[in-house]
Ligand binder design. Structure first.
Ligand code: GDP
Length: 414
């Protein structure tokens, strides 16, 4: 664009080496300072049946006790909710001076009913209402400090059955995949062996592929350096992440304090890549792809939602504006105008021509009449001369003068 604009201005872009320090190399630092001052926000939704370890995993991810331990008083019948409710918990966390406002949207009650047909509805409604709120904020007069409450990532917990996806999982994922970045995870992966995890992952991916479900696939733009490409491929090769959550520390076999789950036969370490994919999930969600998840939500998912909503409200493109930008229509219009101009010119020329022809014709007719008249006059004169000559001839032939002839004529009459 810049090159085109410069070319249009008639200027050329000159590549120059700087002879001294100017200072724009500091731009990334300016950006860094501004971002740190402003802070970051990230909204993550967790969906899955209760008891799959959602709250434990969120606490493990952000190393906080964001979720207070669930208080379960009385018999279980008392605590079973009637519908899927949506709970959102926010926390400001800080690491090395960088502030992050983290919001976790939980969906208690999901999949807990005898009939779970409509389980997805409150979740979809909640995602939509967050889009709507952002859309309303964008349309306000003052749009300086819009708070972004849209869901940037949706971690979907799959029960570690070792079989394949359940119909409910497929139904819900199908409802969600156009609205959120779906990140499927196998919950409580410590309950499956390594082989079982590998087979289960394959089946899940096959199901996802078969049902055309779009899951988050990392950056869509071309990654430039090999290291980033390799890192991204490594992360994506683990999808769906087999995760284990725990906030309790134990001493492992070699004496180190580790976060994990203790079993009679040993400790499963949460932060050990040999034991589970928790590290990769955390790396993707927090360390490498958080901005990407937010960008994709804004540029693609929200944009889709917005244009669909506007279309459903009947807001169409103004056709005149559309014509302006459509070169084919514009060209056609210009051609018609040009043709009209030509036709007008032709008609005018025809009129002038006809007028001139008519004038010439009348002039010719006039001179023809004059010629005829002169011709008749001359003819009459000649006729008269001929008659006179004829008379003279007869007179000469008979040798009598005109008077005699007259006299003889008179005589004979007598
Ligand atoms: P939620 O209802 O989905 O939020 O589940 P919770 O986080 O409350 O966890 C339910 C139960 O599962 C608790 O007893 C947890 O200790 C246990 N749990 C959580 N994560 C794991 C895990 O990764 N593996 C195993 N085996 N148990 C887990």
């Amino acid at each position: 664009h810049v090159a085109a604009a410069a070319a249009a201005d008639g200027k050329n872009i000159v590549r120059r080496k700087l002879t001294g320090y100017v200072g724009f190399a500091n731009l990334p630092n300016q950006w860094h300072r501004k971002s740190v001052r402003k802070g970051f926000n990230f909204n993550v939704m967790v969906v899955g049946e209760s008891g799959l370890g959602k709250s434990t995993l969120v606490n493990t991810l952000f190393n906080t006790s964001l979720y207070p331990p669930k208080e379960r008083k009385g018999p279980s019948a008392d605590i079973i909710p009637k519908t899927v409710s949506i709970q959102s918990i926010s926390a400001d966390i800080e690491e090395n001076g960088v502030r992050l406002r983290l919001t976790v949207v939980d969906t208690p009650g999901f999949g807990d009913f005898v009939n779970n047909d409509e389980s997805w509805r409150p979740i979809v409604d909640n995602i939509d209402s967050r889009f709507d709120a952002f859309h309303d904020a964008e349309n306000k007069v003052n749009r300086m400090n819009i708070i972004d409450n849209r869901v940037h990532a949706c971690v979907y917990f799959i029960q570690p059955t070792g079989h394949s996806l359940k119909p409910l999982d497929i139904e819900v994922m199908k409802r969600l995949h156009t609205k959120v970045n779906l990140i499927p995870v196998i919950a409580k992966a410590d309950t499956l062996t390594d082989e079982e995890v590998a087979v289960f992952k394959k089946r899940i991916l096959a199901d996802i592929h078969y049902h055309d479900i779009q899951i988050f696939e990392g950056p869509r733009y071309e990654l430039d350096d090999d290291e980033t490409i390799a890192e991204n491929n490594e992360i994506m090769s683990k999808v769906p992440f087999a995760v284990v959550g725990s906030n309790t520390e134990f001493q492992n076999a070699d004496g180190r304090q580790v976060r994990g789950r203790k079993y009679p036969w040993g400790v499963i370490e949460v932060d050990n890549e040999e034991h589970c994919d928790f590290v990769k999930l955390r790396q993707m969600l927090i360390r490498t792809h958080m901005e990407e998840l937010k960008e994709h939500t804004n540029n693609f998912l929200y944009e889709n939602y917005r244009s669909e909503k506007l279309t459903s409200l009947g807001v169409a493109q103004d056709p005149s504006v559309f014509k302006e930008v459509n070169p084919a229509v514009k060209q056609e219009e210009e051609r018609t105008l040009h043709e009209q101009k030509l036709a007008k010119m032709e008609a005018e020329m025809k009129m002038v021509f006809q007028q001139k022809v008519a004038e010439k014709e009348s002039k010719l007719r006039q001179s023809e009449d004059e010629l005829y008249a002169r011709h008749r006059e001359m003819k009459d004169q000649l006729e008269k001369q001929r008659v006179d000559l004829e008379e003279k001839k007869t007179r000469i032939e008979t040798g009598r003068p005109l008077e005699e002839k007259k006299g003889r004529k008179g005589f004979s009459l007598r």
